[in-house]
Write a protein that binds this ligand. Structure first.
Ligand SMILES: [Zn+2]
Length: 211
């Protein structure tokens, strides 16, 4: 009895998660990865619950993979905010993950990233990055293709590309430099970045403008 109840409960959670992901317009690839449902079952869910008729958009094809786009000025601030939130909510593993796309997805991970994304949209209502892109961001952080650190001027959390341009200031500080010299934070930055994977990123950092 207990076994069948647990199975029923997990299947119900999978259906609920699939609904949530569909409403966030996540691609089928990730819905399958998080719920372990087949593409056919996902299509049935769409039909049987009238989600298409509700105006839910479906994006076809593979999910986005180009994580370096998060460094573009137009989305860097939003991506930095979500990266900080993802670390605080322990979505980013303490140790680098070799193939996050294959190893991270699970029912629990899917629920946790939905919660983080929904919280993010409440805090940043004008954000344009969708959940597909936020999943890509968490995967890149888990593999340490991207990391988090602190703006050298305001100490807000910023997203860093270890192999890219050495951006050390948030966009806001680049546009409006403070009339004081930047603080010598290199040692603290290193410690902060090290702590990012251990879920300690929110301790001393301040997310500029957004939080
Ligand atoms: Zn700053």
């Amino acid at each position: 009895m207990r076994v069948s109840e647990d199975r029923y409960s997990r299947d119900l959670r999978r259906i609920q998660l699939a609904h949530r992901l569909i409403r966030h317009e996540v691609r089928t690839y990730w819905i399958r990865a998080f719920t372990r449902f087949t593409a056919g079952r996902i299509r049935n869910l769409l039909r049987s619950y009238g989600l298409v008729a509700d105006g839910v958009q479906r994006h076809r094809g593979s999910p986005p993979r180009l994580y370096t786009r998060f460094m573009a000025p137009a989305i860097h601030t939003d991506a930095s905010a979500f990266a900080g939130l993802a670390c605080i909510r322990h979505l980013v593993p303490a140790e680098p993950v070799r193939n996050a796309w294959r190893t991270l997805p699970s029912l629990e991970f899917g629920e946790a990233i939905c919660e983080a994304f929904e919280l993010f949209r409440l805090v940043v209502p004008g954000a344009t990055l969708n959940l597909d892109r936020m999943i890509l961001l968490v995967m890149a952080l888990a593999e340490r293709q991207l990391t988090v650190g602190q703006c050298s001027q305001c100490r807000g959390t910023i997203l860093l590309d270890p192999l890219g341009a050495k951006r050390r200031r948030c966009l806001s500080c680049e546009r409006q430099p403070w009339p004081i010299a930047a603080l010598p934070l290199d040692a603290e930055l290193a410690e902060f970045a090290e702590g990012a994977g251990q879920g300690r990123t929110g301790g001393r950092g301040r997310q500029h403008r957004l939080f």
